[in-house]
Design a protein around this ligand. Structure first.
Ligand code: AMP
Ligand code: TRP
Length: 335
């Protein structure tokens, strides 16, 4: 039986993934690769919708790939590839831009959020059309499932709308993809501002644990995490966001349930919880970091793996694009 296709993507916009990316996305992506024919795309075209330093972008693209592989994306099972290695993404994006209304694109809340600080005048047109490129990323691979965080729901709706519109105007071409929204419980919060989600744009670097952080840095960040003055280890997201976040992380890392952890730390202070959590995180992250660093010592081999992934991606993407060009009425070049 052939497995259904799956596609997801992540931007290479930082030198390290954080614990939110890891527990919220990566662990699920690794788990899904057995039951799906998975395509995982490092979206460098999306990264340049905001200014990037070229040498950092190049380094971050390889660092992102290395961390995905180190954390369990298996390049034999899944196609791990770089978006700019597959020209069909930009090509299909153009076609989709031509069936998207200005008003429709203008309703995307991520664009509004991202331009709130500096205003829309200085934002790039690429940032405005970002969700249409994302739709192209998805539709090229005819995926049944697209695992993403809650914040991507609107982009998935646009993708489905564009797919249905194309299909009804030009004939059945695209599979209509389903958003596979990852569990809310996998949401990780900032260690310093535990009401906010852990994010690379955090004001204070102590708020996030990075997969590439050294052991002593991980321990220090956990020990300085914000808690409360009550002193009892108990899960209550409303009144104890800091302690609840630590319990949530501990549970995801160890596989123990939150009630079991509450029972284990009953009568002990936050110091005991933080000490054990720091040790558990270090034990979990150290081998991933070591493996990622090892992969990064051989960029030629890493590039070879990415080229293999791109070959697999190109094969399917070109088929879909050829169908689109045919349906839309382009004369194909005679060979
Ligand atoms: P981003 O860093 O926003 O490009 O996100 C990459 C992936 O990580 C997306 O699937 C997000 O939903 C997920 N993610 C980012 N931050 C968190 C977080 N704090 N908790 C859980 N998942 C997250
Ligand atoms: N916009 C997504 C994010 O910010 C990244 C992304 C780009 C993506 N293309 C995609 C996610 C295709 C899923 C499918 O997280």
């Amino acid at each position: 039986m052939t497995k259904p296709n799956l596609l997801s993507g992540m931007q290479p916009s930082a030198g390290s993934l954080h614990l939110g990316n890891y527990l919220g996305a990566l662990v699920n992506w690794a788990a899904m690769q057995d039951s799906y024919n998975a395509f995982y795309c490092i979206v460098d075209l999306h990264a340049i919708t905001v200014p990037q330093d070229p040498s950092e972008l190049r380094a971050n693209t390889r660092r992102t790939a290395a961390q995905y592989l180190a954390a369990g994306i298996d390049s034999d099972k899944s196609a791990l590839f770089v978006q700019s290695h597959v020209p069909a993404h930009a090509q299909l994006a153009w076609v989709l831009q031509c069936i998207t209304g200005m008003g429709e694109a203008g309703r995307m809340t991520q664009f509004k959020d991202k331009t709130q600080k500096n205003g829309q005048e200085s934002a790039s047109v690429g940032l405005f059309t970002y969700p249409i490129l994302q739709a192209a990323d998805i539709l090229l691979y005819q995926p049944k499932a697209v695992p993403v965080g809650e914040d991507q729901r609107q982009h998935l709706e646009l993708t489905r709308d564009l797919a249905m519109r194309f299909n009804s105007r030009f004939g059945d071409t695209f599979v209509i993809p389903e958003a596979h929204i990852l569990k809310e419980t996998a949401k990780i919060y900032d260690l310093q501002v535990p009401e906010a989600k852990m994010s690379k744009s955090a004001a204070d670097p102590k708020g996030l644990i990075n997969l590439m952080d050294e052991n002593n840095v991980i321990t220090k960040k956990i020990k300085s995490a914000v808690t409360d003055t009550e002193g009892s280890v108990r899960f209550d997201r409303e009144s104890k966001p800091g302690v609840s976040n630590l319990l949530g992380i501990f549970s995801l890392i160890s596989g123990e349930t939150i009630p079991a952890l509450e029972a284990r730390f009953e009568g002990q202070g936050y110091g005991a919880l933080k000490g054990e959590l720091a040790d558990a995180l270090v034990a979990h992250i150290e081998p991933i970091r070591n493996r990622a660093n090892e992969l990064l010592t051989d960029p030629a081999e890493l590039d070879r793996l990415l080229a293999e992934g791109a070959d697999r991606a190109n094969e399917l993407a070109e088929q879909t694009l050829a169908k689109v060009y045919e349906r839309i009425g382009f004369v194909r070049a005679a060979r």
